[in-house]
Write a protein that binds this ligand. Structure first.
Ligand code: PMP
Ligand code: GLU
Length: 394
């Protein structure tokens, strides 16, 4: 039979993070001792109090379809969380629970974008943004940021990227892959530019909100004039180590929330019931309950920066959040190591996989061809061993 894949799927890239994780798994199954630093996935177990809530939900027979936009109790917990952590007032009609923040992002793209609408993506950006935008027939417009400004977009860069077709801006803070955190002043600078462009909406992906070593997290929706034009995206995958439970959510203007619910009603019918019940307990708990994981990530960040800093050719900034470092390794381009010529970040990442048995992700997938992403959501032992191996093969 011939292959009749749609153009839509043919033109879509495979998620580079998931592809690298799959490759690492495959090599491990072949007996290779691979250290996986490619996937942004906490290596902690889910806290017991959340597991208990899920077990209770099963026993209490939460087994039917849920409301498409999520249980009212969960949306209330989300609304309270937005108030408690972000000073944001979202009513239940502005909140939609989805199958991971990834689906939340997809919903928003499908609901807001018309074909040809431009979406500004400060690069490096999270790997899936550009393909999600393209799937919704939007046009990603990359704004290249530099390591010496901590990979953050300046107001001048934003202004220069805006055209009459600009419909949205998508960014994450703390940022995947750079770990950068936008300060209140920096967000105010971007908001100032947007004052002159009232039709542009912002997607603020705050899934790493709690994994922040710089002090306070600021949501752009808190800045004057931004609330009515911002979709605040969040989820439990990262801070609560619940990646496989697949719960994400948005707080948004009501018309966007309604559109997302309509879309979800035809596509998934809503997120998993047991996971939703467990997330009520997760979000009602004080952040102090998960502080031990945040403290560990902080220690590991310092460990990784120290060890990578000893390798010639790694140009690093200091990420203030998430659990990634994003070194510029372009000093190796044009070199031949152990018979392998390194011309770009993909070659470099592949070289580390094949020669050091360490899985990382090429920066090309995040819109930056000079860097690689290393996730430090791994044990100290694994991190030390991985970096020793990297050093040895370079
Ligand atoms: N946004 C960012 C910046 C991420 O790193 C991830 C990672 N998975 C997601 C969204 C999607 O998260 P989820 O597991 O909730 O789909
Ligand atoms: N967000 C994580 C990452 O960037 C998980 C993988 C994915 O969802 O693509 O590695």
């Amino acid at each position: 039979m011939s292959n009749h894949l749609s153009d839509r799927i043919k033109n879509m890239s495979t998620s580079a993070t998931l592809a690298m994780a799959a490759k690492a798994r495959e090599l491990r199954n072949e007996g290779k001792d691979i250290i996986g630093l490619s996937l942004g996935e906490p290596d902690f177990n889910i806290p017991d109090f959340i597991k208990d809530a899920a077990k209770k939900a099963i026993d209490e027979n939460y087994s039917s379809y849920t409301p498409v936009d999520g249980y009212a109790e969960l949306k209330t917990a989300i609304s309270n969380k937005f108030k408690r952590d972000n000073g944001l007032d979202y009513g239940l009609n502005q909140i939609v629970v989805s199958t991971g923040a990834k689906q939340s992002l997809f919903n928003v793209a499908m609901v807001v974008l018309n074909p040809g609408d431009e979406v500004i993506l400060p690069a490096p950006y999270w790997v899936s943004y550009s393909d999600i935008v393209k799937l919704a027939e939007g046009v990603p417009v990359e704004v290249t940021t530099q390591i010496d400004t901590d990979f953050k977009m300046t107001p001048e860069q934003l202004e220069a990227a805006i055209t009459p077709k600009t419909r949205m801006i998508w960014f994450s803070s703390p940022c995947n892959p750079s770990g950068s955190v936008y300060s209140k002043e920096e967000l105010e600078g971007l908001a100032e530019v947007l004052k002159n462009h009232p039709d542009i909406y912002v997607v603020s992906d705050e899934i790493y909100e709690h994994i922040n070593f710089s002090g306070g997290h600021v949501s752009i929706a808190q800045i004057d004039g931004m609330y009515d034009r911002t979709v605040t995206v969040n989820g439990v995958s990262k801070a609560f180590a619940m990646t496989g439970w697949r719960i994400g959510y948005i707080g948004a203007p009501e018309w966007i929330a309604k559109g997302c619910t309509k879309l979800q009603g035809q596509v998934t019918s809503g997120a998993n019931a047991i996971a939703q019940r467990a997330v009520i307990t997760a979000l009602e708990a004080p952040v102090s309950k998960i502080q031990y994981m945040i403290d560990k990530f902080h220690e590991r960040r310092d460990l990784v920066l120290g060890l990578l800093g000893e390798i010639d050719g790694f140009n690093l900034n200091v990420p203030e959040g998430a659990f990634y470092v994003f070194p510029d390794i372009s000093a190796f381009f044009g070199k031949t190591l152990n018979g392998a010529t390194i011309n770009n970040a993909s070659d470099f990442s592949l070289y580390l996989l094949e020669h050091a048995n360490v899985a990382t992700v090429t920066g090309e997938a995040f819109g930056n061809p000079n860097c690689i992403r290393i996730s430090y959501a791994a044990s100290e032992e694994e991190l030390k061993e991985a970096i020793a191996r990297i050093k040895a093969v370079l």
